[in-house]
Design a protein around this ligand. Structure first.
Ligand SMILES: Nc1ncnc2c1ncn2[C@@H]1O[C@H](COP(=O)(O)OP(=O)(O)OP(=O)(O)O)[C@@H](O)[C@H]1O
Ligand SMILES: [Mg+2]
Length: 282
């Protein structure tokens, strides 16, 4: 089982090496990187490339490790009891399998399990999953059964670095940091999303984009997903490369900059820089 990227996803050499290492080690792959650098979509692409089902567990601040194993629906059982439903006799009817359970029991097929944005949960969350991810099994107290993965799922965990992850957890993962794409990689990413885009437009949009990322003091630098949105808008508004080139980021904000710059401090900063450089240019 080997991952080599897909037609719709540009995987750099170091990323494919990391994915395959995690598959071979049968350990979770922990992926970090700036927002919008393709962490989440990577799990979709791995599942598509290896033709395996994907299970996504999206983590929120209120998510507990137990939710991934199973939940016991006591309310439904109480209600059924009051209605005299025969189902209540078997507690198994009220056990709702979580994503880990589903991933462990997807046999005969292996599955890909995405634990997305693990850093959103509280600090205990990763520690609470250590054993389950290590041994790929857990015990259901209500029914006395043990759920064990027959074939270990490929586990991908993403983090935006909002919280540090505990060492014991890190020890059990293979780690990869998605570096911000260089210009050539970015061109290829644009190409797979917009095969018909004009070469000049890509060149000038990338000039403006990388120049914008270099502006010192920017609170939130635009990333891949913002660039893709922007190019889509430029294409649909039929803004020509010439128009882009005339509007140098240094002297005037780029057209449709709302797709790239997402807060008012950054807009003010760019306006001020543009004003200063126009004044100097006079
Ligand atoms: N290497 C790539 N090849 C193709 N498309 C990419 C690549 N990297 C990013 N993209 C595109 O960028 C967009 C954002 O990707 P994704 O949602 O996976 O980012 P993310 O890293 O999970 O971001 P966040 O941290 O905000 O959740 C997607 O539309 C995806 O198609
Ligand atoms: Mg994501």
């Amino acid at each position: 089982m080997r991952f080599d990227g897909t037609k719709s996803y540009i995987a750099t050499e170091d990323l494919t090496v990391a994915v395959n290492a995690a598959i071979n080690l049968q350990r979770p792959l922990l992926v970090k990187g700036e927002p919008g650098t393709g962490k989440t979509i990577l799990a979709h692409e791995i599942a598509a490339a290896l033709k395996l089902p994907l299970l996504t567990w999206h983590i929120k601040s209120t998510t507990k490790a137990q939710h991934g194993l199973y939940e016991y629906d006591a309310v439904a059982r109480l209600r059924d009891g009051q209605l005299g439903d025969a189902k209540v006799k078997d507690i198994a009817n009220y056990i709702r399998p979580g994503k880990l359970w589903q991933a462990f029991t997807s046999a005969p097929q292996k599955s890909v399990l995405l634990i997305d944005e693990i850093d959103k949960a509280d600090i205990e969350f990763p520690n609470d999953l250590l054993l389950e991810l290590d041994r790929m099994e857990f015990f259901v107290y209500e029914t006395g059964q043990t759920i064990k993965a027959e074939s270990r799922p490929i586990v991908l965990i993403t983090s935006n670095n909002e919280k540090e992850l505990p060492d014991a957890f890190l020890r059990r993962c293979f780690f990869h940091y998605i570096r911000f794409p260089d210009r050539e990689t970015m061109e290829r990413i644009i190409q797979v999303h917009f095969p018909d885009v004009k070469k000049n437009l890509v060149r000038d949009a990338l000039n403006a984009f990388f120049e914008l990322r270099e502006v010192p003091g920017l609170k939130k630098r635009p990333t891949t997903s913002e660039l893709l949105d922007w190019i889509k808008l430029l294409m649909s508004d039929d803004i020509s490369a010439e128009a882009l080139r005339a509007k140098d980021v240094k002297t005037v904000l780029p057209p449709l900059h709302g797709a790239l710059v997402k807060n008012e401090q950054d807009v003010h900063l760019l306006e001020r820089l543009a004003f200063l450089s126009r004044r100097e240019g006079r």
